[in-house]
Design a protein around this ligand. Structure first.
Ligand code: NAD
Length: 377
């Protein structure tokens, strides 16, 4: 069995799909591991460390012989052309809204698994790339905010005077939001948070932050069976906006992380709201890649409106690449382990396994995932 780890080609992608630690484990599983030269450099892993762990360093051509290709992002059509027919490709394939790309995977004859679809069940927690990366994005958002903010975050009582603690407001308390609360608290900020899911209220309190929400009947029913947010009614959104508008005016830093699966991100912060913030305040929009929670946020840019900085960094987990790769590679390794017959040391995919069923997009030249029937034609 051969596994290849190509160098990522997408712009801004700093992560890599294996680390020396996972290379050792892949080798122990019976894989010959080829890492493309320079694949780990942006994550601070020199080629020599992969070699010391048992990998060989190869060129793009060596990837053509791999039975399994581990990636961070979806391979481009040029990359796909080089892959062996029947190869297993595991990555964050970002399939929604990308039917043509899903079809290209099928046409290339690869068995493609998308890690974002891993079910959030106990057995698959170790493979949950959404959580491992969102957790780091939540942390990094606070670090980025602290870097852009021209004042201190903790209260400081000094001989030269007292500096008040910064006020940080977190909108959307999923995995990223919870880590943002914890990080801002560790830095000494006074933290408040809001979400449309009632279950979050206790979690916010347990992290020492204050919860703010319109707690009406719609709010009490606002969680899907899967634990995700529902899209709220226009009426609810208006009530929510009125409540948060006065609150935002008094904040120094606002971090937004609100997402609804399969829908554009809800617009939570308008220009009129941040026009009331004092100059030097910072807004970080972690949802910018999905349409943005903040009016005027520009993907990949920091803009300044009336002295308020609006940060729209792309691939925020990738800004902390070494750690993000460490966790992502572990997520992938755990999934690969389920696809290998450990005694015979061969790849053996059980298409009845719920993890396989949930994540496999293409197989045998066809689009096989039910959510992408439209891509199959
Ligand atoms: P997400 O990235 O889909 O969304 C981020 C947050 O935005 C969510 O908390 C959501 O409720 C919130 N949101 C949506 N619309 C909003 C609005 N209008 N105003 C304010 N907030 C809004 O969320 P996620 O991080 O993937 O977490 C979703 C759920 O999955 C949570 O219940 C989480 O605890 C759960 N989860 C479970 C597991 C597991 O069981 N293995 C792992 C991770 C997450």
């Amino acid at each position: 069995m051969r596994v290849a780890i190509p160098k990522e080609t997408a712009p801004n992608e700093t992560r890599v799909a294996a680390t020396p630690e996972t290379v050792k484990k892949l080798t122990a599983l019976g894989f010959a591991v080829v890492v493309e030269a320079g694949a780990g450099v942006a994550s601070r892993i020199p080629d020599g460390e992969f070699v010391a762990a048992g990998a060989t360093i190869g060129k793009a051509a060596d990837i053509a012989r791999a039975d399994v290709v581990l990636k961070v992002r979806r391979p481009s059509s040029a990359e796909l052309k080089a892959y062996k027919k029947g190869a297993v490709v595991i990555a964050m394939l970002d399939p929604y809204g990308n039917d043509a790309a899903v079809k290209a995977l099928a046409d290339a004859g690869v068995t493609a698994f998308t890690m974002e679809f891993m079910p959030r069940i106990t057995r698959a927690q170790v493979m949950d790339v959404l959580s491992s990366q969102a957790n780091l994005a939540g942390y990094q958002a606070v670090i980025d905010a602290a870097g852009e903010y021209d004042r201190a975050l903790p209260m400081m009582m000094t001989a030269a005077g007292t500096v008040p603690a910064a006020k940080v407001f977190i909108m959307g308390v999923g995995v990223a939001g919870l880590q943002a609360i914890a990080t801002a608290r560790r830095l000494g900020a006074v933290v408040t948070a809001t979400d449309v899911r009632p279950a979050v209220k206790e979690q916010v309190a347990s992290l020492g932050a204050k919860f703010l929400a319109v707690e009406d009947e719609e709010f009490k029913a606002a969680e899907t069976a899967g634990g995700y947010a529902k899209e709220m009614s226009k009426e609810y959104q208006a009530k929510q906006a009125a409540l948060v508008a006065d609150h935002i005016a008094k904040q120094d830093i606002v971090i937004t992380t609100a997402l609804i699966p399969g829908r554009p991100a809800p617009r939570l912060v308008t220009r009129a709201m941040y026009a009331r913030m004092r100059p030097g305040s910072v807004l970080i929009d972690l949802a910018v890649e999905r349409g943005g929670n903040v009016e005027g946020a520009v993907a990949g840019k920091i803009t300044e409106v009336d002295g308020v900085k609006i940060v729209g960094h792309l691939n925020v987990a990738g800004r902390i690449a070494a750690t993000a790769s460490q966790l992502y590679a572990k997520n992938l390794l755990a999934f690969v382990e389920t696809l290998v017959d450990k005694d015979a040391k061969v790849i053996k995919i059980d298409f009845d396994d719920e993890l396989v069923k949930a994540t496999v997009l293409t197989h045998g030249g066809k689009v096989v995932h039910p959510n992408f029937a439209s891509a199959a034609t």
